[in-house]
Design a binder for this molecule. Structure first.
Ligand code: PEP
Ligand code: MG
Length: 833
């Protein structure tokens, strides 16, 4: 028996209360949590300190009887990189009960950590079990906390069989800390093989999270996984893949010694010669066609000196550089488009961020140069944001880096934006918003980047400014030399390098035609959309927020076919309450001036994780708890949203749409909730409840689902990803991921037929619905409503008007029998005007 004393002052609570599944679900082991009111951590028993994390937030120790404990001060405190902690003890030290291990700044943690709750966990629960524990009471260091029973060391099992090893560098931002250690141990426990992880000459049992923590594995540390047993190969492979996946905390590996110079190879590739005419493929970030010449706009690397002599001079230099950048941004903001103004405003606010400035000035006071001080301060903030695991917040990291470079360039006196030739197509690894803003817009014809994503700020800016943009082209884009002729076809996802003679003239004609056509389409966009034979096809717009309603109406949208309600839930620390949601949905309803408004319930998870939902890290998030599955697991979240939607006036304007439906049971459960909430609010008008068809399961059982769903709307983005088994966010697959693949088209036909069987309208709100080329084909497949991006509404309507149903059905019949998306595209291009 071993008694553990409270290691800190505070309130003792159950482990379930900890908003982190690693602890709440006892992935690391059994224990309790303390909500601290003091600011010190002490040894709870006599024993040895096995490890103290570099960030100072977690201590692992072994009691004299062999019990292993982890004490983790606060949640997500690893991201604070040691800030707020003062480590007193050290690894290897023998301690007595009550010895001081750490001091921490409670106020700082309260403001900067996800939670103060401090789990105290026994990690070798196979051998020890908790016989008695304090709970729901306040404790001071030394008070009774836990009584442990057990302690006979597990028998050693002789293992025979296959041996396997794998070595790899660890691509985890904070190395192997508590969360990854728990996940690795859980993975290892799924196999018979005896597994060990080796790093820096030390070895740990992979089933023991505490042992893993003692290895002190950091980002880039090379580890070896060793397994012995019949399933050793599979086990080692599983652990290796888990580590290589980044475990939700992926970070770029620091450059490795010469053995594997990936980055070097990429930059060493020769530029394309004048006779090389490759066609590169990327992801559309803003539509359009551009003809022009390449201008490389990679910002010059700035390497400020490490140290400086006079802190006062450095402090002034930093203040002046920040002021200079702020002045430039302020000027650029005047007269910029609203989307640009918002982004520039965010940059200006960051420039004045007291935390950034304080951290930089502290570095300067410690003797660093202004440039290095600014860089380090930005690094800390960027690391904290990256830790949040939210793709949108990661894009904020790009903003921070953008600011970092602007200030460093200004400090180095090299701030001028390059002079652009006419019709410049900007080529960069990743363009930064400010670079774009500071360049002469009238000379930019297009943008093509090797990296980046379609939802980055640059993509939003480019779309707002009407600049065609292609992103995630890959390293080949960086082989394009300055002055190379290019044709960028954003919708076709193509970048022609050194186009064939004659291609330029054809593209010029296409450009002139496009402009004329756009004007003509817009002129009649406000009329209802009907085919030539009179068949009514509703063309709606997808909205990302209430503020976009006016532009959608101006573009001729007949309603909103998809309000992505995630906009309200992302980028914040807690879910919006009912009142806030209601106000936003009501604003969208008012903005649509009475037109239908389809609100999709929260579609988080996978590429849209929400930090505050306390969802366990998943090995395969796209196949995990996302879409409606979250709402069903956390019903209060969904009920709050349903109430907010139900309250929107006038009743009947809003419809509810459920994402990621895979079976009828899910729809039924939501229908019950909706009916209950409606009754509680005393509402009498029924509200339509529809489903998104995004899983192959929903498409092939649409006839069953449509018996109870009021409408169906096909999310072709996800339906394509799940049908083709291709991650929609993977740039390496961007060229293949096409909703016109006949496999997807067959599912669309099946979904529409299922809807029609029960007289339900089947729409398309995925990005295929924004492609004028696909519009007639979709109608031929049975689709009767399209929801497109606002900008695409005029051209989608125009594409449908000259067609009749027979023609659309003929297009569909042929397409369904073709063997590839390319063949379908070619068929449509040839068959349509
Ligand atoms: C889709 O999957 O096609 C869809 C419309 O939903 P989202 O793109 O928001 O996942
Ligand atoms: Mg989707």
């Amino acid at each position: 028996m071993l008694v553990l004393a409270a290691p800190m002052q505070g309130w003792v609570t159950e482990l379930e209360e900890v908003p982190d599944p690693v602890f709440a679900e006892r992935m690391l082991g059994d224990g309790i949590a303390i909500d601290p009111t003091g600011s010190t951590l002490h040894a709870p028993c006599d024993g040895e300190i096995l490890a103290i994390h570099r960030a100072g937030h977690a201590v692992t120790m072994r009691a004299a009887n062999g019990a292993e404990l982890v004490m983790h001060v606060g949640l997500e405190t690893v991201a604070l990189d040691g800030k707020g902690f003062e480590v007193v003890a050290k690894a290897g030290q023998q301690v007595r009960t009550g010895d001081l291990l750490l001091r921490f700044d409670l106020d700082f943690l309260a403001q900067n950590a996800k939670s103060l709750l401090t789990p105290i966990v026994v990690t070798n629960g196979d051998t020890f079990r908790i016989a008695r524990r304090a709970v729901d009471c306040s404790v001071a260091p030394g008070d009774f906390l836990i009584e442990l029973a057990g302690g006979t060391a597990g028998a050693t099992v002789a293992v025979v069989g296959i041996e396997a090893t794998r070595a790899l560098p660890v691509p985890l931002r904070h190395g192997i800390h508590a969360r990854p250690a728990a996940a690795l141990a859980a993975c290892a426990k799924g196999f018979e093989a005896v597994l060990a992880l080796e790093a820096s000459g030390r070895k740990a049992n992979l089933r023991s999270p505490a042992a893993l923590l003692t290895l002190g594995v950091a980002l880039g540390t090379r580890v070896t996984i060793r397994g012995t047993g019949t399933d050793a190969e599979a086990a080692v492979e599983a652990v290796a893949s888990l580590i290589a996946s980044g475990m939700g905390e992926a970070a770029e590996l620091p450059p490795e010694p010469p053995a594997k110079p990936a980055a070097v190879i990429r930059h060493a590739k020769a530029p394309f010669g004048p006779e090389e005419r490759p066609v590169l493929r990327g992801i559309t970030a803003a539509p359009g066609l551009a003809i022009g010449v390449a201008v490389r706009v990679d910002p010059p690397a700035v390497e400020p000196p490490e140290d400086a002599d006079d802190p006062i001079v450095e402090k002034h230099a930093l203040t002046a550089a920040r002021a200079r950048v702020a002045e430039r941004l302020g000027k650029a903001r005047e007269g910029a488009a609203p989307a640009q103004q918002e982004i520039l405003g965010a940059h200006l606010a960051l420039l004045d961020d007291p935390e950034l400035i304080d951290a930089a000035e502290a570095q300067i006071a410690a003797g660093r140069s202004a440039g290095i001080a600014w860089r380090r301060s930005v690094e800390v903030q960027a690391a904290a944001l990256e830790q949040l695991d939210d793709p949108r917040l990661r894009e904020r990291v790009a903003d921070l880096r953008d600011l970092e470079r602007q200030v460093l360039l200004t400090l180095a006196g090299a701030e001028a934006a390059p002079e652009l030739p006419d019709r410049a197509i900007l080529i960069a690894e990743e363009l930064l918003p400010m670079q774009l803003v500071l360049l002469d817009r009238s000379r930019i014809a297009g943008i093509a980047t090797s990296g980046g994503g379609p939802t980055s700020h640059v993509a939003i800016l480019a779309a707002a400014a009407g600049i065609p943009a292609l992103v995630a082209i890959g390293a080949e884009a960086l082989r394009i030399a300055d002055g190379t002729e290019l044709i960028l076809e954003a919708e076709a996802k193509r970048l022609q390098v050194n186009p064939e003679p004659g291609a330029g003239a054809a593209a010029e004609r296409a450009l002139t035609d496009r402009r004329a056509k756009r004007a003509a389409d817009l002129a009649v966009a406000h009329e209802d959309c009907r085919l030539a034979d009179g068949l009514r096809i509703e063309v709606f717009a997808n909205l990302g927020g209430a503020g976009e309603a006016a532009a959608a109406i101006a573009a001729g949208a007949e309603g909103c076919g998809l309000l992505r309600s995630e906009f309200l839930f992302l980028d914040r620390r807690s879910a919006p309450d009912e009142e806030e949601q209601y106000r936003q949905y009501q604003a969208a309803a008012v903005g649509l001036e009475g037109r239908p408004l389809i609100i999709r319930t929260l579609d988080a998870g996978a590429d849209k994780p929400l930090a505050y939902l306390a969802m366990p890290a998943e090995e395969n998030p796209a196949l995990g708890v996302r879409g409606i599955r979250i709402g069903l697991q956390q019903p209060e979240l969904l009920r709050t949203q349903l109430r907010a939607i139900l309250r929107v006036a006038p009743q009947g304007q809003c419809r509810v749409m459920l994402p990621m439906i895979a079976s009828l049971a899910e729809l039924r459960r939501v229908r019950i909730m909706l009916d209950e909430e409606r009754a509680a609010l005393g509402l009498t008008v029924p509200i339509e409840l529809g489903i998104m068809v995004e899983t192959p399961a929903a498409a092939v059982t649409a006839d069953i689902l449509a018996a109870e769903a009021d409408f169906l709307s096909i999310g072709t983005n996800d339906l394509t990803q799940y049908t083709l088994a291709m991650d929609r966010g993977n740039p390496a697959l961007a060229g293949e991921l096409d909703g016109l693949h006949p496999a997807v088209l067959r599912l669309i036909a099946q979904a529409a037929a299922g809807g029609a069987k029960h007289g339900r309208v089947t729409g398309v709100c995925g990005s295929l619905g924004s492609e004028p080329l696909a519009a007639g084909l979709l109608v031929g497949l049975g689709v009767r409503e399209l929801s497109a991006t606002a900008a695409a509404v005029p051209s989608v309507k125009a594409a449908l008007r000259p067609l009749d149903l027979a023609r659309c059905e003929a297009l569909a019949e042929t397409a369904l029998a073709l063997d590839s998306a390319d063949a379908v595209r070619a068929h449509l291009a040839a068959a349509l005007p």
